[in-house]
Design a protein. Structure first.
Length: 137
């Protein structure tokens, strides 16, 4: 339905109803996620600050925002890449150059550079369809 609403209408389906169902279902899932987030810790204005927003955007863009399994694959790849970068950086870079406390921001900088390269060279994500970004079909 996302690509061609007219085809869905031609089959006799109510597009408005399906869109409203998707909106409500997404809102319920988001609300349940917020409830689970609030149960574990206190809710403050900056409890989901810039790092969390950066990580979520990275997960979505890495896997492909318009796919079902894109965020799941993106989160697994992001976590593996972050752990690998931290492990390799702590093994290769001596403590006289970067202390263990400075390795965390360094690894996030490398992940940020990777995200920029991903947006430039593969903006639809790993599981995304290249034709979705084309102007002429």
């Amino acid at each position: 339905m996302r690509e061609d609403e007219d085809a869905v209408r031609a089959l006799g389906k109510n597009v408005y109803s399906y869109k409203m169902q998707a909106l409500v279902l997404g809102g319920v899932i988001g609300a349940l996620g917020g409830i689970l987030w609030a149960l574990g810790n206190s809710v403050q204005p900056d409890s989901m600050g810039r790092p969390t927003t950066f990580w979520i955007w990275t997960l979505l863009l890495l896997g492909g925002a318009a796919t079902v399994f894109g965020p799941i694959v993106g989160s697994m790849l992001f976590w593996m890449a972050l752990v690998a970068v931290k492990g390799i950086a702590s093994a290769v870079i001596p403590t006289s150059v970067l202390s263990p406390i400075e390795l965390e921001p360094f690894s996030l900088v490398l992940v940020g550079i990777t995200l920029m390269c991903l947006v430039v060279f593969r903006p639809q994500g790993i599981l995304g369809n290249k034709r979705e970004l084309a102007f002429n079909d």
